[in-house]
Design a protein around this ligand. Structure first.
Ligand code: ADP
Ligand code: MG
Length: 277
């Protein structure tokens, strides 16, 4: 891993509505290196999705700056985000596939909208469908596929645009637990083999530890960075299922649990598990 591909400096953001002001992000600063897999965890409603929307350029920060440093050897040091540069792929909790389009036509939708549907890109999409086991389903409608297959199709639609940074906002939370384990493992493998930089928002601590190189823990709203934990597991490869058996896994889990638990959570845990000693 080399230079940062993304830098956030002192980002603040509040929502303004007729009911008043909601402070969502407070003085957030961090960097992401090229090829890094970063997970972001934090309490519900703390500002995680807001942070991804700011990185994607859908929302503009009220103060602070986002930079995408240009590779070494090029002229200027940094350029503030402008015009959606670099290419960012954004994958949401729900697959948002259109039922009236086949899987193939769903997967090429982004390319169509961006007027990039060249013969080369069509070929690339077919390769991705084949690599990820969906080529036989390309003429099916989303309703004919399992939840995991639909999520894979949504990822291929995002990858078809060849993003440099992938933003994943709780992409597995609509799946049942077993499917979630295998799909997250699957999708993590795809992202790693494509050598993409990825930022994953999740509320599942095990998922964060088993998938990420590094975890940012956010505080309650307005979100600040509580801690930044590099994950080093002594286990070969990056299989998320195998990672859960790494000797360091439980230590990281306890550390994260301690960071995100406030007094109320601890109280609740004690009430739920009265015999847990
Ligand atoms: P998270 O993804 O961590 O659950 P969000 O980033 O979605 O949290 O939201 C952070 C806070 O901002 C929440 O309190 C939410 O209710 C509020 N919020 C989100 N979107 C809007 C909006 N469009 N207008 C007003 N408040 C919003
Ligand atoms: Mg959210």
């Amino acid at each position: 891993m080399t230079n940062p591909i993304l830098e956030l400096h002192d980002i603040c953001y509040s929502y303004h509505s007729l009911e008043g002001e909601t402070d969502a992000l407070s003085h957030i600063s961090f960097q992401v290196k090229k090829g890094e897999f970063l997970a972001i965890v934090g309490p519900s409603g703390c500002g995680k999705s807001t942070l991804l929307s700011i990185i994607s350029g859908l929302l503009l920060p009220e103060s602070g700056e986002i930079c995408f440093p240009v590779p070494q050897g090029e002229e200027s040091d940094k350029h503030p985000m402008a015009g959606g540069c670099p290419r960012i792929g954004y994958m949401l909790q729900h697959d948002h596939l259109f039922e009236w389009r086949t899987i193939y036509r769903n997967v090429i939708l982004g390319l169509e909208i961006n007027r990039q549907l060249t013969e080369g890109k069509k070929q690339r999409v077919m390769e991705l469908l084949k690599d990820y086991g969906l080529d036989k389903f390309k003429d099916k409608k989303p309703g004919e596929l399992s939840g995991g297959m639909k999520q894979r199709a949504a990822l291929i639609r995002t990858l078809a645009l060849d993003p440099e940074i992938l933003l994943l906002d709780e992409p597995f939370s609509a799946l049942d637990y077993q499917t979630r384990l295998s799909v997250s493992s699957d999708i993590c493998g795809i992202i790693r083999s494509a050598k993409k930089t990825a930022i994953l928002v999740t509320h599942d601590l095990s998922e964060a530890i088993s998938l990420a190189d590094r975890i940012l823990v956010l505080s309650k709203r307005p979100a600040t960075i509580k801690c930044d934990i590099p994950i080093r597991l002594t286990i070969s490869g990056h299989s998320p299922l195998a990672s859960r058996n790494a000797p360091e896994y439980q230590g990281y889990f306890n550390q994260l649990w301690k960071e995100i638990s406030d007094e109320d959570h601890i109280q609740t845990a004690k009430i739920i598990q009265p015999d847990a000693e």
